[in-house]
Design a protein around this ligand. Structure first.
Ligand SMILES: Cc1ncc(COP(=O)(O)O)c(C=O)c1O
Length: 399
């Protein structure tokens, strides 16, 4: 076999089996309701599409600077100034093919073999794999006992001399929690004291509910030089397929990330850059009308979903304040049977729900939390109602 050691350490996605089965059942004609979506179910707004069409008409179809055009760097700079109160210069900003590439590039430029990277758990599936690909060691920081909140005291107990980077993700996928200003302040102080670099993945920063506030850890004292803020247009503007993400931080790191990108993918798509610049400029200059409409709709669905889940036998969930996921504790179903099969983990729960009631959810084991499943409410209210009716029947059938 020709596969490298590097390729061998990449784990297959644990969500794949359930996902593949859901797709197969759909093809076979079953009415499968899926709560697996990691992207808004809304269309990209028309004014953003028009900006892309105009870029094509203008012939803006050639290579651009590797880390993005002046136009998009201006737009990102204005956006961050408004959203998180930090002014970044152009050489402190870079643009990539999605937030995902920004995070990978950053890790590659920060980690040497054997360096440890702290990842709050439950976590987004790609963080540990990216760390391993870069030669680092993922170290998980538990948050479940703190209601999914990341606490400086917990981090402090885990840090050792090899620890170099901390990844934080607020609003959080999969938990939907939003870290408080106070907690972030303590984490920032610890990062300064222990000389940690922080990658702050703020991709869901626009999708917050009730009185939650999005605060960036980069905005605290002495954090500018030790943090990279990552965001993008995927989730905020329903633009997952356009593949534009951006990052801002110290210029040495940005330069290294751009050098790396220059030898891998080069610039992100020129047309998508133009469209994304328009998306950000309209938001900073005219306000968040489009996002607000989406957030209002998400919030309605979120409340409905949490109320229904918490009224069901064996299931419970906290109220998420960000992103578009509800993370459900299913541990009380363990040991119960459905049609003769016993549930002992989140994969069993998801498989049995899919096979018997044709509802697809993501098993929590994918996020390092086997007592949970994740439901996305980025799907229509009608689907949510029908899907939850079926989950209710499923839990009632357990013996
Ligand atoms: C926490 C988190 N970070 C980053 C990403 C990737 O975003 P992008 O589409 O910009 O690559 C996702 C997408 O699911 C995510 O959930």
């Amino acid at each position: 076999m020709f596969l490298s050691e590097k390729a061998r350490v990449i784990s297959p996605s644990p969500t794949l089996a359930v996902d593949a089965k859901a797709k197969r059942m759909k093809r076979e004609g079953y009415d499968v309701i899926s709560f697996g979506a990691g992207e808004p179910d809304f269309d990209t707004p028309d004014y953003i599409k028009s900006a892309a069409l105009s870029a094509i008409d203008r012939g803006f179809t050639k290579y651009t600077p590797v880390g993005g055009t002046k136009e998009i760097k201006n737009a990102v700079s204005d956006y961050f100034k408004k959203q998180i109160g930090i002014s970044y210069e152009h050489d402190e900003i870079t643009v990539s093919n999605g937030a995902k590439q920004c995070i990978f590039n950053a890790l590659y430029c920060l980690i040497d073999d054997g360096d440890k990277v702290l990842i709050p758990s439950p976590y987004w599936v790609s963080y540990p794999e990216m760390v391993k690909l870069c030669g680092g060691i993922p170290v998980f920081v538990p948050t479940i006992e703190e209601g999914f909140m990341l606490k400086a005291e917990t981090i402090e107990k885990i840090i050792d001399k090899q620890t170099k980077v901390l990844i934080i993700n607020s609003p959080n996928n999969p938990c939907g929690c939003v870290y408080s200003k106070e907690d972030l302040q303590h984490i920032a102080e610890l990062a300064v004291e222990k000389n940690l670099f922080v990658i702050s993945d703020e991709i869901y920063g626009e999708l917050i509910y009730d009185d939650a506030e999005h605060v960036s850890i980069a905005s605290f004292d002495n954090m500018f030089e030790r943090s990279l803020v990552v965001n993008g247009v995927s989730k905020s503007f329903a633009m997952t397929g356009w593949r534009i993400g951006f990052a801002a931080g110290p210029k040495e790191l940005i330069k290294a990330m751009e050098n790396l990108q220059s030898h891998t993918t080069s610039n992100p798509n020129s047309i998508a850059q133009s469209a994304s610049a328009e998306a950000l400029n309209v938001l900073t200059q005219k306000g968040d009308g489009v996002i607000k409409a989406m957030v209002d709709e998400f919030s309605k669905r979120r409340k409905y979903m949490v109320d229904r889940i918490n009224s069901m036998k064996y299931l419970s969930s906290t109220v998420p304040l960000g992103a578009f996921y509800v993370f459900i504790d299913i541990s009380e179903t363990f040991g119960k049977q459905c049609n003769g099969s016993t549930i002992i983990n989140s994969t069993d729960f998801a498989q049995l729900l899919l096979e018997n009631y044709h509802v697809a959810v993501v098993p929590g084991v994918a996020f390092g939390a086997d007592n949970y499943v994740r439901l996305s409410y980025a799907t229509s209210m009608e689907n949510i109602k029908r899907g939850l009716d079926r989950i209710d029947q499923f839990t009632l059938s357990l013996k």
